[in-house]
Ligand binder design. Structure first.
Ligand code: KG4
Ligand code: ZN
Length: 348
């Protein structure tokens, strides 16, 4: 069976065709994965402008879907279902994908599957590597989320912890802005950090020990916090009257990246020990980070813990991961009705 995936939750318009392989260990294969990035449009404003994003999705969606079908050598009649990101994300952007998917499913007489964006990120790891040894700890690190999940059986995600304030990707984007590096911040800081000294600037690490009043159901000691780090960078920039040399900027980038990556990896391995996990997966836009990828593999090898990542193309927002998560849901017998609506704050 082939499934068409559609993703429009933020600033990428994406469509993909994913095939069910029949192999239980590696259940899905990517036939095509077309991503039309809006970065050049938003760069001028230093971040995503929601109104511009939804208008651009409308312009791009038909062409992107047509290309995904063409590159996947698939016609509408070859498909078995349409999967779409229902949320969370920018509501105007989500609505474009949801409306398109509903219209397409109705016209081609196909079942519709609603997918949570973070389920897509989690399943990107399986799409790339095959089923994980379970139980698994999965860290989702993106521009909007930084959360740890326990996966005890395929398709069931139990939230263990999350960030109390900024997401890791958001911290990258804000720090890049403070340093005058432009948008999106992750890739630029990642590149500059390679030439800097990661011990040059003393930056704080936040280690939480108490439960979050807003999430009394969680223990809280695996939570993340990145806003203090951002403020510390701001203070450093101000103490230099905003005039940093290129070498100083590289040092801040490297020092910031060391603290973020250490916090992410430490907490993931803490969780793995606590829940006796048999593997660790990391997904989401920040999982494209070169230091995070290298340190995850290094620490995994040292602790004899298998670790898994999506490819770079599957790390940042894309529709192939939505198609994969959609196939998982479809096989669990879950489809959506034609009154499906976008939900900007959908919970997993
Ligand atoms: O998953 P994603 O594409 O979109 C969301 O769902 O948010 O993640 C985007 C985030 C941005 O904050 C971007 O700065 C960050 O991922 N990012 C990176 C890297 N590439 C993208 N962060 C650190 N290092 C990178 N190489
Ligand atoms: Zn994402």
């Amino acid at each position: 069976m082939l499934i068409l995936g559609i993703e429009t939750s933020c600033d990428e318009t994406s469509a993909a065709v994913v095939e069910e392989t029949g192999d239980r260990a590696k259940p899905w294969a990517v036939r095509s994965n077309v991503v039309a990035s809006q970065v050049p449009i938003h760069r001028e404003w230093g971040g995503v402008v929601p109104e511009l994003a939804s208008r651009q999705h409308i312009r791009a969606i038909c062409g992107v879907v047509e290309r995904a079908l063409e590159e996947g050598s698939a016609a509408w009649r070859d498909l078995g279902a349409v999967a779409v990101t229902q949320g969370p994300g920018l509501v105007g952007s989500l609505l474009v994908g949801v409306s398109f998917a509903k219209a397409a499913a109705a016209a081609a007489d196909l079942p519709l599957v609603a997918v949570h964006h973070l389920a897509g990120h989690i399943e990107s790891i399986v799409l790339q590597n095959g089923e994980l040894p379970l139980p698994a700890i999965v860290l989702v690190v993106s521009g909007g989320h930084t959360s740890l999940y326990l996966v005890q059986e395929p398709g069931r995600y139990e939230l263990l912890s999350r960030t109390r304030d900024d997401a890791a990707g958001e911290a990258y984007d804000k720090v890049a802005k403070l340093l005058g590096l432009g948008y999106p911040g992750g890739p630029v800081i990642d590149r500059l950090a390679r030439t800097g000294n990661d011990r040059a600037v003393a930056l704080p690490t936040t280690r939480l020990t108490h439960p979050d009043r807003n999430a009394p159901g969680l223990k809280g000691d695996l939570d993340f916090s990145f806003s203090g780090l951002k403020t510390a960078v701001l203070r450093y920039v101000r103490s230099h009257d905003g005039a940093l040399t290129e070498a100083e900027i590289a040092d801040v980038a490297a020092s910031f990246q060391r603290v973020v990556v250490t916090a992410l990896i430490d907490r993931a391995f803490d969780a793995a020990r606590r829940y006796q996990a048999r593997s660790i997966g990391v997904a989401g836009g920040v999982s494209a980070n070169s230091r995070l990828r290298a340190e995850l593999q290094k620490r995994g090898a040292r602790r004899e813990m298998p670790t898994f990542l999506p490819s770079l193309a599957l790390s940042t927002d894309n529709a192939a991961m939505i198609a994969a998560a959609g196939l998982r849901r479809f096989r669990a017998g879950i489809t959506a009705s034609m009154d499906l609506n976008a939900d900007a704050a959908l919970v997993l």
